[in-house]
Design a binder for this molecule. Structure first.
Ligand code: URA
Length: 268
């Protein structure tokens, strides 16, 4: 590549990186929010040629053709059902190729904490720090979550933590409804196998996906819902996501009420 073109390519990549676009998935844009019936792009993605030091995660060849979201969700349901333990579920997820996020993520972010805990917290999807460490909630919002847990006498030995989507969406974007639907059978099975007494949904997307509610988190936080694990009914509480609390610290007073309610429920 001529030096001037290489410099422009580097500048453009720097610009993308700063904007949070740090993974290459193909040449043709894909609208992942489009209705499922939309026709998939017909152009076969070609390998993108970059200078060797600009190769992103060694992806020289185009990704395998994605399976349709419906088919992937069906495969996820069938695969999740076969897991008899959390370790088996993790191994099944490691091999599952139905969610395109796996191709751009560094690794699976399965869970942290104590799987025998009475309370399970569920976020939306891993971010950059979680993708690097392979553990949920280890970045800035995780540090806040740890402080909130400590305030009610809990820590990662007394809670179990996971996400709806166990792979980081590129650039920390919100997972699409299709991606969440594909991962839902796995997190549902994870809850069933961990068998907590109380579920805490961190943020609107987690609450909406797990509890099947349409209302936003401002309306639903602090209200107890019932969640059927497949084995039994347990109590579920939506609360604000710690990342939101970092941006809107005034809302922490409501989250504090929710955490006191969790403490009370665990004591009861
Ligand atoms: N936000 C989430 O929803 N989950 C994480 O693991 C980290 C940040």
């Amino acid at each position: 590549m001529p030096p001037a073109r290489e410099k422009s390519a580097r500048d453009l990549l720097d610009f993308y990186l700063e904007a949070g676009v740090d993974a290459l998935v193909g040449e043709a844009p894909v609208d992942r929010f489009a209705p499922e019936t939309a026709a998939p792009p017909t152009r076969t993605p070609q390998p993108v040629s970059l200078p060797p030091d600009l190769e992103i995660k060694g992806r020289a060849s185009p990704p395998a053709a994605p399976i349709a979201p419906d088919e992937a969700a069906m495969a996820a349901r069938a695969a999740a059902k076969t897991a008899e333990t959390l370790d088996e579920l993790r191994a099944i997820l490691e091999k599952f190729d139905g969610c395109a996020l796996k191709a751009t993520a560094t690794q699976l972010v399965f869970a942290d904490g104590n799987p025998k805990a009475r309370v399970m917290f569920i976020g939306e999807a891993p971010g950059r720090d979680e993708d690097i460490e392979g553990l949920p909630f280890v970045g800035r919002s995780g540090k806040l979550l740890d402080r909130m847990l400590a305030a009610i006498g809990l820590d990662r030995t007394s809670v179990y933590i996971a996400n709806i989507v166990p792979w980081r969406p590129p650039g920390n974007r919100t997972p699409t409804p299709q991606e969440s639907a594909i991962c839902l059978p796995f997190i549902r099975r994870q809850i069933e196998l961990a068998d907590p007494d109380i579920l805490v949904c961190l943020g609107g997307p987690s609450a909406q996906t797990l509890l099947g509610i349409k209302e936003g988190i401002t309306k639903t936080r602090g209200r107890w819902f019932t969640f059927n694990t497949g084995k039994r009914e347990i109590r579920a509480l939506p609360t604000f996501h710690p990342a939101f609390l970092l941006r809107s610290p005034l809302q922490k007073r409501f989250a504090w009420r929710d955490f006191l309610a969790i403490k009370k429920a665990l004591a009861g």
